[in-house]
Design a protein around this ligand. Sequence first.
Ligand SMILES: [Fe+2]
Ligand SMILES: [Fe+2]
Length: 173
Amino acid sequence: MNQLTRLFGLIALLIGGIVIIGFVMYGIRLKKPVNIFDALEDDHSEIRELINGTYDDRERFSELKALLDVHHQLEEQIPFEVLKAEANLVKDTLEAIEEHHVIELLLGELANLPTEDDRWLAKFSVLQEFTEHHLEEEEERLFPESRKILSEGQMGDMGMRFKEEKARLLKQY
Ligand SMILES: [Fe+2]
Ligand SMILES: [Fe+2]
């Protein structure tokens, strides 16, 4: 009996230890700086997933619009603000900002158009193609070039700021 109690105690101690280690690891993961371009590319995957399954689903469209609005706002406020000052990146950065403007125009028009309207699908298809082109340009040109210029510390700080601001802004939608 005594041995059995000791065995149970040991097992309980072991489980407790594993749980504590789990919490510590989770905490470390949460605090680990995220590279801004990794965070933005994660957002791109989310955008692609939503944009390829939305069509006339209003709820999904609202989710897509919120994600794109916040993504564009933070891209412009955090990394682009620094990239605009880089001589060899200024052209691509300004072009990306203009593309955000076109995507936002389309999103605004779609938000005010009934899905039964014949123009809905036409407009949504343009949004889909244009957004896909924009994401590809960022992933293939702007982000790789920016990664070469910014330091790990800078990209980590920007990633942390992006994560915090994204959570705050999405709550407002
Ligand atoms: Fe963008
Ligand atoms: Fe982006």
